[in-house]
Design a protein around this ligand. Structure first.
Ligand SMILES: CNc1ncnc2c1ncn2[C@@H]1O[C@H](COP(=O)(O)O)[C@@H](O)[C@H]1O
Ligand SMILES: [Zn+2]
Length: 366
């Protein structure tokens, strides 16, 4: 089996994917066309931005504001969630942690809660694969208030993907808004919400603003992952590592003292190769800090960040790593498998994932 095929066929675990960054371009364009015809947006301008390949970090956040105008109504949130899960499953992602920022929008009668209800509706709407998003301890029959009646968790022979949700705090938010998101996550623990992410434009907001909500999340048993070191900000990086989150994403601009601290802490790092290149955090894959972390046997996991925005796939990220760093099949298999240890789901899910990888081992590396 050639490396490219192996990377596609291999079971994979995705730990860092933003819902709105993972929307298919075709869906965005279709939705933008409808809004353009209604006169709500200038379609040709939006089309130009979506099709253009330049993506500095600043441009990404301008684009997200446009994406949110296009996607933020209940029916569309449901649709994009369904499509994103289907796309990941189609490339053999067997466990997906999908993160999204609960949004309120008075004009659309949307609250953070109803936004999340629309996301859950998207998970239950997936038909091409079986989506397992409830914690092992929860019986789907007890959730009839939330789930459509036709959802049953019977034994089927369809392909299966585990999905867990992380609620993102946007760095533009206030402490109160961040706290609201954490409370919503706690309320939705039985519905597949498993943790909290801190994301958004890294040039915006202060660590101290989010800290109370993040501390509260941790205290209440939610898992926390932080976008850390996407820009140079020594004080914030230091405070984030002191906070000791369960994982961090990116880690591009760490100073020597931070590397030492990180390596001692063994906090797993979500690595987003294409995202970091396209947003000009690095100038070539070869110089990416992934290599140093990997060689130091630090816990790492390859992730996509935003498959739509950066035109990538998780299979492609594995292929890039394999070809850039000269990995053989066994190394690629273990890189993927090792992510089991860093998933936020419970031990029963981890055991099932281990079985999936055991079954795949013969096929991929023998
Ligand atoms: C490129 N690197 C990045 N750095 C920081 N935050 C990012 C990001 N990529 C995405 N997001 C965060 O995810 C949101 C989109 O998905 P949701 O609306 O939540 O589903 C963006 O608005 C931003 O807050
Ligand atoms: Zn991210």
């Amino acid at each position: 089996m050639e490396m490219e095929e192996l990377c596609r066929e291999l079971p994979k675990i995705e730990l860092h994917a933003h819902l709105n960054g993972s929307v298919r371009d075709s869906t965005l364009l279709e939705l933008a066309k409808v809004l353009g015809d209604q006169g709500a947006i200038d379609f040709s301008e939006v089309e130009g931005l979506i099709k253009r390949r330049g993506r500095s970090l600043k441009e990404c956040f301008r684009l997200f504001d446009i994406y949110h105008k296009i996607t933020t109504d209940h029916a569309t949130v449901t649709r994009i969630t369904q499509e994103v899960v289907e796309d990941f499953a189609a490339e053999n992602v067997v466990y997906l942690e999908l993160r999204t920022t609960p949004k309120q929008n008075k004009a659309k009668e949307m609250t953070k809660h109803s936004y999340m209800k629309a996301v859950i509706d998207g998970l239950t709407a997936v038909d091409s694969v079986e989506v397992a998003f409830l914690p092992s301890t929860v019986n789907a029959r007890n959730l009839t208030n939330f789930l459509p009646n036709e959802v049953t968790y019977n034994q089927t022979h369809r392909k299966k993907i585990f999905v867990r949700l992380l609620l993102s705090i946007d760095r533009r938010e206030t402490t109160a808004a961040a706290m609201e998101t954490v409370n919503l996550a706690l309320e939705m623990k039985n519905m597949g919400v498993i943790g909290i992410d801190l994301s958004g434009n890294p040039e915006v907001g202060e660590w101290q603003t989010f800290l109370p909500a993040l501390q509260y999340a941790k205290l209440k048993g939610l898992q926390v992952t932080l976008h850390c070191g996407e820009v140079r900000n020594n004080r914030e990086i230091h405070s984030m590592l002191d906070f000791y989150p369960q994982r961090i994403g990116h880690a591009c601009y760490l100073e020597e003292e931070h590397w030492e601290k990180l390596k001692v802490s063994k906090i797993p790092v979500e690595i987003c190769l294409t995202s970091n290149l396209r947003t000009e955090r690095i100038t070539s894959f070869k110089e990416h800090h992934f290599a140093d972390l990997y060689n130091a046997k630090h816990p790492v996991s390859l992730c996509t960040d935003d498959v739509g925005l950066f035109s990538t796939t998780l299979s492609n990220e594995y292929y890039l790593a394999a070809t850039t760093f000269g990995f053989n099949k066994e190394q690629v298999y273990h890189l993927s498998r090792n992510a089991i240890e860093f998933v936020f789901a419970d031990d029963e899910v981890k055991r099932t994932l281990a079985e999936i990888y055991d079954a795949a081992e013969r096929r991929f590396i023998l």
